[in-house]
Ligand binder design. Structure first.
Ligand SMILES: Cc1ncc(COP(=O)(O)O)c(C=O)c1O
Length: 360
């Protein structure tokens, strides 16, 4: 068996030791004679798995008892409507910052439920920068302020947490969760689709300040009502048990790596290495304002687009997979989440060096 370096933006590479453990426990979880997949979600065994995962996540991310942690389904996209349904109230409005394709999707969905004020946008720059917070036109009565700390497609990442002046701050941390330390107490809601730094797709982790529970609009589907999900320990219906278990294994792995701070240091080193290489090799380019370059998703172009196919073919042949940029933007993108080892970045740089030498 050989493992490739998988640079996919999501579903993304998982730690090999996690996959091995899942394999070893597949048929018989710790002497129960059952796979986790086959267990009742109400069983003592699964409740223990679920509670341990939540405890480890709380410890890793520094989540206090003022917050509920929910393990929901439907991916991050379902949260684009769950958030307004729960937080907007009957006639409320919300502020949104538009820094890329995922922000736009969140804005479009929220607009179905109430007034959305786009308080800042970097669309004019082609989403290559984050608008300075001094220019944001926030509204005093907004129910919340939503932003996307890391735009997975554009490779644009905030290097600061916005000051929301008392308005609950809501963040789509799908592609940056657990990649570096974040002060959770600054946020009203954090949500993250699992398939980058947490586990399998479909699962979405929501961290919500408890005073924001219980405000859902009447028509909110029960399965989208944060209060209901919190009251039922994320088991109002049958949760995504196996994904929850795998997320728990990833949290344990992250603790073994030294936690989020240690991981952040490795992530910064990996990202710097790759951007430094791109900046010094004239065959490659990255368009993002250096201050806001993503640590997780590194888009780059070749000097000649006509060589894209050849570049990807050569990369695949070396076991460097899924480097094509998002279909909406083209070019290349290397996603280097927590589970991508530094040796993967080194292998990519070696290949890029060679390719530029031969074809540049
Ligand atoms: C920042 C961000 N938000 C939302 C999503 C949508 O997630 P899902 O496919 O889980 O709905 C993604 C997916 O890649 C993402 O990167």
């Amino acid at each position: 068996m050989s493992r490739a370096y998988n640079f996919c933006a999501g579903p993304a590479t998982l730690p090999e030791s996690v996959l091995r453990q899942a394999r070893d426990e597949m048929l018989d979880w710790r002497g129960t004679g059952m796979s986790v997949m086959e267990m009742s979600h109400r069983s003592d065994e699964f409740v223990q798995i679920a509670e341990t995962a939540e405890k480890d996540l709380r410890e890793l991310a520094g989540v206090s008892d003022d917050y509920a942690v929910l393990f929901m389904q439907g991916g991050a996209s379902s949260q684009f409507s769950t958030i307004p349904l729960n937080l907007l109230g009957e006639n409320g409005s919300a502020d949104y910052v538009n820094t890329g394709i995922w922000s736009k999707k969140a804005i479009a969905e929220a607009s179905r439920y109430g007034k959305v004020n786009v308080v800042a946008s970097s669309e004019d720059s082609g989403f290559t920068t984050v608008p300075d917070q001094s220019s944001w036109q926030t509204t005093a009565d907004a129910a919340y302020l939503h932003y996307t700390p890391n735009e997975t497609i554009g490779g644009l990442e905030f290097d600061f947490v916005p000051d929301s002046a008392g308005t609950p701050l809501v963040a789509d941390m799908s592609s940056s969760m657990l990649s570096r330390p974040v002060d959770v107490s600054r946020f009203g809601v954090i949500y993250a689709g699992a398939q980058k730094n947490i586990g399998p797709s479909g699962l979405v982790v929501v961290i919500i300040r408890k005073d924001l529970l219980g405000k859902a609009r009447r028509e909110t589907p029960t399965m989208m009502n944060y209060q209901v999900i919190a009251d039922n320990g994320s088991m109002y219906n049958t949760p995504a048990t196996y994904s929850w278990y795998l997320a728990g294994l990833v949290f344990k792995w992250l603790k073994e790596q030294g936690g989020v701070k240690a991981m952040g240091e490795v992530n910064l080193r990996k990202a710097r290495k790759l951007y430094d290489f791109i900046d010094t090799n004239e065959f490659y380019a990255n368009p993002i304002d250096p201050r806001f370059r993503s640590w997780m998703n590194v888009p780059f172009t070749l000097a000649d687009d006509a060589l894209n196919g050849e570049f990807l073919k050569g990369a695949n042949a070396r076991g460097l997979l899924n480097l094509a940029g998002h279909r909406s933007v083209g070019g290349m993108r290397a996603s280097i989440y927590n589970a991508m080892p530094e040796s993967g970045v080194d292998a990519l740089i070696d290949y890029m060096t060679e390719f530029a030498k031969e074809r540049g």
